[in-house]
Design a protein around this ligand. Structure first.
Ligand code: SAH
Length: 350
C-alpha cells in the first residue's frame, strides 16, 4: 500500500489519469465498468484490456479487495452477517438484511470507533483506522457477489462514525450512486451519525438526497452526556439546529435514532420531553431497544415499556417505529462479531 487506490477514484478522476497515460478515453470507461459494475477483484480479470496496460496500471495503483473471513446466515429471517479482512489484516463487519422493498446492506465506515458511546460494542477497542472509499464500497460489492443478489439500499450504520471519516465518506457516496457503477439511488442511502455538528452542516451543503439519521438517545443535554461522550463537545440544541439546516438544504426528513435503555431513558416523561424537543422538526423516530453488550450493564426495557414509549410519542404527534430485530440468532449487538474474532486472535497469538 502507498500508491493510489484505484477503486477510490471518481470516474472523472480516473478518466483524467488514463488519458494522461496516453490511453484513449474509452479505456477509462472500460476500466470503471470492470471495477464498479462487473465488480472485479483485480486487474487480471479485465480481459479486454491489454496485458501491457494491466501491468502499467498495477505498477501505478493499488487494487485491494476485502477477503471473506466468515458469513453467518440467520435461519429466522435470512439476515447475513459478514466478517471481512482488509489488506492490512484488520477486520470489519457488514450486514445484509432482506426486506419486502429489497436488500439492504449495513456497512462499517471505520475499523473501530473513537466516539465512546456507552452502550456500543464497536467503540470498546477504540479507533484503529479510517476505511478507504474503496473499502466501504467493497463491502457492498463482495456481499452482492457472495449472495448473488442485488443490493438496493445502503445504510452507513455499522462500526465507526462516518462523519469522522468525512472526505472518504463523500467519495464513497459519489462512487456508490454514480450512474456508471452500482447506481444506487441517493434516496436509498442513509448515513447515521452521533452528531458532529459542522460535518452535518457540510453534508447538508452537498445537497444530496440521502437520509440523515441522527443518534439522539436522550431528550436532554445532561442525559445525553451520560450515554454519549460526543455530547460534551456539542450542545443538544446545536445538533438539532444542524438537523434543521439539513432538512432546509435537502428537503429530506430526518430520522432520529433513540436506543431505549431500561431505567435510563425509557419513561413516559422521557417520551414527553423528546416530543417537545422534536416538535418543530420534520422527522421520524426510530426506537431501538438496546442490544445488551457483555461489557456493559445496560438492559432492554420490557416490550410493554417500549410500546408505551412509542404510544406516548404518538400522542404528541411524533411518528415513531420500533426497529424490528433482524437475525436474532446470529446478531449480538453491532460490532460483536468483529470483537469476538479479534479476541480469539489475541488468545492465539499469546
Ligand atoms: N456512529 C454512527 C453509526 C453507528 S451505530 C452513529 O452513532 O449513529 C448505528 C446506531 O446503532 C446508532 O444509533 C447507535 O447509537 C446504535 N447502537 C450502537 N450500539 C447499540 C446497542 N448496543 N443497542 C442499540 N443501539 C445501538
Amino acid at each position: 500500500m502507498g500508491k493510489k487506490e484505484i477503486r477510490s477514484l471518481t470516474f472523472e478522476e480516473l478518466a483524467g489519469e488514463i488519458t494522461a497515460l496516453g490511453e484513449k478515453a474509452f479505456r477509462a470507461k472500460q476500466l470503471y465498468k470492470w471495477m464498479h459494475e462487473e465488480l472485479a477483484d483485480s486487474f487480471d480479470e479485465m480481459t479486454n484490456l491489454s496485458k501491457e496496460l494491466r501491468r502499467t496500471l498495477s505498477e501505478r495503483y493499488d487494487y485491494t479487495h476485502l477477503e471473506l473471513v466468515e458469513r453467518k446466515i440467520s435461519s429466522i429471517d435470512g439476515t447475513e452477517k459478514y466478517l471481512f479482512r482488509l489488506f492490512d489484516g484488520n477486520v470489519i463487519e457488514s450486514v445484509l438484511m432482506r426486506y419486502h422493498h429489497g436488500n439492504s446492506v449495513c456497512i462499517s465506515s471505520q475499523a473501530g470507533c473513537r466516539m465512546g458511546c456507552r452502550f456500543c460494542a464497536s467503540t470498546i477497542g477504540g479507533l484503529t483506522r479510517n476505511l478507504l472509499p474503496s473499502e466501504m464500497l467493497d463491502q457492498i460489492y463482495q456481499i452482492q457477489k457472495t449472495s448473488g443478489e442485488r443490493v438496493s439500499n445502503v445504510v452507513v450504520m455499522g462500526t465507526g462514525e462516518p462523519l469522522d471519516n468525512y472526505e472518504n465518506l463523500l467519495r464513497f457516496l459519489q462512487l456508490l450512486t454514480d450512474e456508471h457503477g452500482l447506481h444506487i439511488s441517493q434516496r436509498n442511502v442513509t448515513v447515521s451519525t452521533c452528531g458532529i455538528v459542522e460535518k452535518i452542516r457540510a453534508l447538508a451543503e452537498e445537497r444530496m438526497q440521502i437520509t440523515l439519521a441522527l443518534s439522539l438517545h436522550a431528550s436532554s443535554q445532561e442525559k445525553r452526556r451520560q450515554l454519549m461522550p460526543i455530547a460534551h463537545k456539542y450542545e443538544l440544541q446545536d445538533v438539532l439546529d444542524a438537523c434543521r439546516y439539513y432538512f432546509e438544504c435537502t428537503g429530506r426528513r430526518i430520522t432520529f435514532e433513540y436506543s431505549l435503555v431500561g431505567g435510563v431513558n425509557d419513561t413516559k416523561q422521557d417520551a414527553k420531553e423528546l416530543a417537545a424537543l422534536l416538535a418543530d422538526l420534520n422527522c421520524h423516530v426510530n426506537l431501538i431497544p438496546v442490544n445488551p453488550v457483555r461489557e456493559r450493564s445496560f438492559v432492554q426495557p420490557d416490550r410493554s415499556v417500549v410500546l408505551a414509549f412509542q404510544k406516548e410519542l404518538g400522542r404528541y404527534g411524533i411518528n415513531a417505529t420500533v426497529r424490528r430485530e433482524m437475525g436474532r440468532d446470529i446478531a449480538g449487538a453491532c460490532g460483536q462479531l468483529r470483537k469476538s474474532y479479534m479476541e480469539g486472535q489475541e488468545k492465539k497469538n499469546g
